[in-house]
Design a protein around this ligand. Structure first.
Ligand code: 5AD
Ligand code: SF4
Length: 491
């Protein structure tokens, strides 16, 4: 967690400190001096814009990047063409995301013609792929800084190298066991926040590139997590989302710290949730993502008893075929998933169950696909993200035989989507006619005078109200279901 420090007190005339946090503060102070000079020369502020794609982890990383940039002296802008520093935080889970990035980089280069000050930084998961770095070096030499997922906390140091005259700074680490605490982060919302509880993934699902680009699984110290949440609560945050690729395996392997020694503890994810529940001021607790193979009875019990843990569980299915699941390296069968879903619904009847499903994994037959449809019908997911299998070089699935023809995959995808949507619209209407607590998140951009907020089960609600309610929990009568959201009346 970031504890206030006065950057002007940092001695930048001496040696670069070795300890990571001090080292980064040192470079923040160094950059600040250079940026201040630039501002004076230009007679204006310098602006930063961060473009973020992908998951909650990336969103959280971008908050950290923004926190560092603000400390250095940049002012945030939502306009790319006003920015003097654009950082593109990328995702690489599926192939099509990569193509978009190259297109966008071309556009950013055109902005350099109007603003010679503009610096372009590329970071995130895509950069962890060596072929991407090669492409940037060969064909996108106007990119100023390239850094990966493991060293985003080094933004100040990397920027300092660029500002000191190095041309394209490339700093990508293959892996790390390092966890760096106590650097700044700038929250997007004042009332809710993501909190990293672990980094990386050790599951190696055979289609997935995440373990290669986010590295080995490592948990944060629970004392640090709880301290961060206490400080967030003191700062007005009422909802936290605990983030990890596989939160259910929290506590199995801890990260390496510069200054602290991690003691072995018997802290499990369920126990951590109970500790978070005790933090005064926190009203809602969410988490993302759970792996079915590690979801314990202890967790179901803790969720059931909790007043604060939200009634939402995202439980990626990926496929309903036991044979495909085996080849995906998921470590559960169709029957085990169904039993688990049934148990959760039985114990926590008002829970919303959502999922991820991949269509067209190598070797998927019509029979396998029907098993997926069968699970979808049986579980009645409240909503589901459906994906077409995307071949990721370096993963075991990329070299598997029997890649499914494109037309077959599209046909299956359309059939799955129709099924999922029909069930989702039915499920999302189940609370019509009741009054529920809503966390007001913002104004409804589409209808004047309306606000938008979220139920505990993550479904959105639109209702008439004053913007002063943003960030508070209010009772709303759910009048009508519009498929994926409700229209309601403030009570
Ligand atoms: N192709 C398609 N979807 C994928 N996902 C992960 N890797 C791939 C891939 N290669 C999906 C999974 C995961 C979600 C975040 O992205 O469903 O749960
Ligand atoms: Fe990828 Fe599987 Fe890890 Fe999720 S659990 S990030 S799908 S390897």
């Amino acid at each position: 967690m970031f504890r206030e420090f006065d950057i002007s007190q940092i001695d930048i005339s001496g040696q670069v400190p070795e300890e990571e946090v001090l080292r980064q503060r040192y470079f923040m102070a160094k950059c600040r001096e250079l940026i201040q000079k630039k501002k004076e020369a230009l007679g204006r502020d310098l602006y930063i814009h961060i473009l973020t794609v992908g998951c909650q982890m990336n969103a959280k990383d971008s908050e950290k990047l923004l926190g560092i940039a603000r400390e250095i002296g940049y002012v945030e802008t939502d306009k790319e063409d006003q920015a003097d520093l654009v950082i593109y935080n990328t995702c690489t889970v599926r192939e099509n995301a990569n193509q978009k990035v190259y297109g966008r980089l071309g556009y950013l280069n055109s902005l350099k013609k109007h603003n010679p000050e503009l610096l372009i930084g590329l970071c995130g998961c895509m950069v962890q792929e060596p072929s991407v770095v090669e492409t940037i070096q060969k064909s996108y030499r106007f990119v100023d800084m390239v850094f990966g997922t493991h060293n985003i906390f080094r933004l100040a140091e990397i920027l300092h190298r660029r500002l000191s005259g190095e041309k394209t700074v490339i700093d990508v680490w293959k892996d790390t066991d390092k966890i760096v605490e106590d650097l700044p982060a700038e929250r997007k919302y004042s009332f809710k926040s993501g909190v990293n509880i672990m980094f990386g993934c050790n599951n190696f699902c055979s289609y997935c590139i995440v373990p290669y680009v986010r590295g080995r699984e490592r948990s944060r110290n629970h004392q640090d997590i709880l301290q961060e949440i206490r400080e967030l609560a003191a700062d007005g945050v009422i909802e936290v989302m605990l983030l990890g690729q596989n939160v259910n395996s929290y506590g199995k392997k801890y990260g390496a710290y510069d200054t602290k020694v991690q003691e072995d503890t018997d802290m499990t994810f369920a126990k951590l949730l109970q500790e978070v529940e005790k933090v005064e001021g926190i009203e809602r607790i969410r988490f993302m993502t759970s792996h079915p193979k590690d979801l314990s009875d202890e967790l179901i019990h803790v969720m059931k008893e909790s007043k604060k843990i939200c009634r939402h569980l995202h439980l990626p299915l990926q496929s309903g075929s036991t044979e495909i699941l085996r080849r995906m390296n998921r470590h559960y069968t169709k029957e085990q998933y169904l039993t688990l879903a049934e148990k959760i619904r039985r114990e926590i009847p008002d829970i919303s169950l959502t999922t991820d499903i991949i269509v067209g994994f190598p070797g998927e037959t019509e029979e396998d696909f029907r098993e997926t449809l069968d699970v979808v019908r049986k579980v009645q997911f409240d909503s589901a993200f459906t994906f077409i299998y995307s071949k990721r070089t370096g993963t075991p699935a990329a070299t598997m035989d029997n890649q499914v023809p494109e037309d077959v995959v599209h046909d299956r995808f359309d059939r799955l989507l129709a099924e999922v949507q029909q069930i989702a619209s039915k499920m999302s209407g189940r609370d019509v006619g009741t009054t529920q607590t809503v966390l007001v998140e913002g104004v409804d951009e589409k209808t004047e005078g309306y606000l938008t907020g979220r139920l505990s089960n993550n479904v959105m609600v639109h209702f008439k109200g004053e913007p002063s309610l943003i960030g508070t929990l209010v009772p709303v009568y759910l009048e009508e279901s519009r498929g994926f959201y409700y229209l309601g009346t403030l009570q």
